[in-house]
Design a protein around this ligand. Sequence first.
Ligand code: FAD
Length: 514
Amino acid sequence: MMAFLDESVPENETETRADDDDDANLCRGLQLQGSIDYVCTGPAAKDFGGLLQIRPLAVIRPAGPEDVARVIRAASRSANLTVAARGNGHSLNGQAMAERGLVIDMRAMDGLIQLFRIGASAYVDVGGGVLWEDLLKRCVLEFGLAPRSWTDYLALTVGGTLSNAGISGQAFRHGPQTSNVSELEVVTGKGDTLVCSETQNSELFFGVLGGLGQFGIITRARILLQTAPDMVRWIRVVYGEFEEYARDAEFLVSLPEGESFDFVEGFAFVNSNDPVNGWPSVPLRLDQGFDPSKIPRAAGPVLYCIEVALHYRNSDESSSTDKVVEEVLGQLRFCENVKFEVDVRYMEFLQRVKRAEQAAMANSSWDTPHPWLNLFVSKRHIVDFDRMVFKSILKDGIGGKMLVYPLRRSKWDDRTSVVLPAEGEIFYIVSLIRYNPPYPKGQPVERLIAQNHEIIQGCVTRSFDFKLYMPHYRTEEQWKQHFGKQWPAFLEKKGCFDPMAILAPGQRIFSRTH
Ligand code: FAD
């Protein structure tokens, strides 16, 4: 039976608009199985970026896809209402917010984690609002299986990362998370609930993957699984020169499966004893010291670290793991003896960023604004990018990781909405994961935003082949430029699946129409 749950209307609502009463009445008429909350000063008005505060009209906690469809159809009957799916609100620039619109809290929905086999392949059907960390635990502990492609941090939702790409050190082999999903259930901007895949409603399927929430809300995803290993050999090696680092990192991501590591990432760090940005940020265990005398004297202000991991099972001979590690590392040219190595359980490895989260919470930098910047830079310009950004603008560090590592275009499906640099098989992801203590202890956030602009402007001025990952622009012209030759197809899909531009208004690509 339908229930009308939890409809609390604030008593001291200020700044109302003429249409707000109509819209609130419209919401009251929704016969939801879940609930609506009109007190919107909580998490739905904020995100991890912490740069914006945007109040919605109401927050919906849907019980299932029917509720999501009902909300979208109701919005389409109003003059102005927009609808934003909110995963875990880990966006950086208000992408999951809706000013005076309806925010759908996807985490409230049933998680629906179910194993599914087609031939020899195993899949899991999972709700769009499930956190990857919960999916990991269920898959490994119940089935001995795990998704193949991850993000570094796992308190993100399945629908949230599939709307971007979902990248970590497995992407060089398996592609991003958007390359590891075979079917979606999506509620479109017209309120239709459709199942889509490569062969069924394929325009919607590929549109939604990396589609920044513009075409529909993912209520279920079918994700490809692999056998979960028991353990991981996790290794970091250090370089003084970017060219050598890049050559070795590109070599590692180009080796065939079975002859290399299962995870390849890397980062730049400061050549100093700064506890956060420098040498101490590299060892994997507290009892491993960093010996700077092993770094060549000619090294500049910034050093580089390749981070790799090899999966193995408890039943494997330890000599076979050692052999692969020795053979591959033997071909690299890192600084002699600047190598850190640990063996950890697979789940512990995938949850490694949890420790950084706990440290940031302890020093208050988890709750301060996070003006992060994520870019894809083509191989052709990465050496110049290093010179301009790591060796110059960011030579003192950013209070967190400065990721820079190669990915392979052939592992990405060019039918999805994700936008990559124009050229070449190899391109780099650059992630500036800034953690800044509250001002005045840390820098004013405006200065960090200005630094991001300086980096982007520098890339534009030097005509680098680059794209923003998790892009945020203000004008249609900028979005047009971002999508480049993909723009006409993106526009056409918008017209087809969300013609009134109801969905994901926080991306600021389209404006609501009547
Ligand atoms: P939200 O921020 O809530 O939503 C993001 C966008 O997707 C919004 O436009 C929203 O409307 C839309 N959306 C949400 N759910 C759905 C749905 N079910 N259907 C359709 N649209 C939806 N990214 C990586 O690729 N790799 C990383 O290693 C990585 N690490 C991160 C670490 C941290 C600490 C943080 C804060 C972010 C990280 N990210 C990483 C970025 C992350 O992938 C994006 O911020 C992602 O959008 C966050 O997911 P979320 O579930 O919080 O989504």
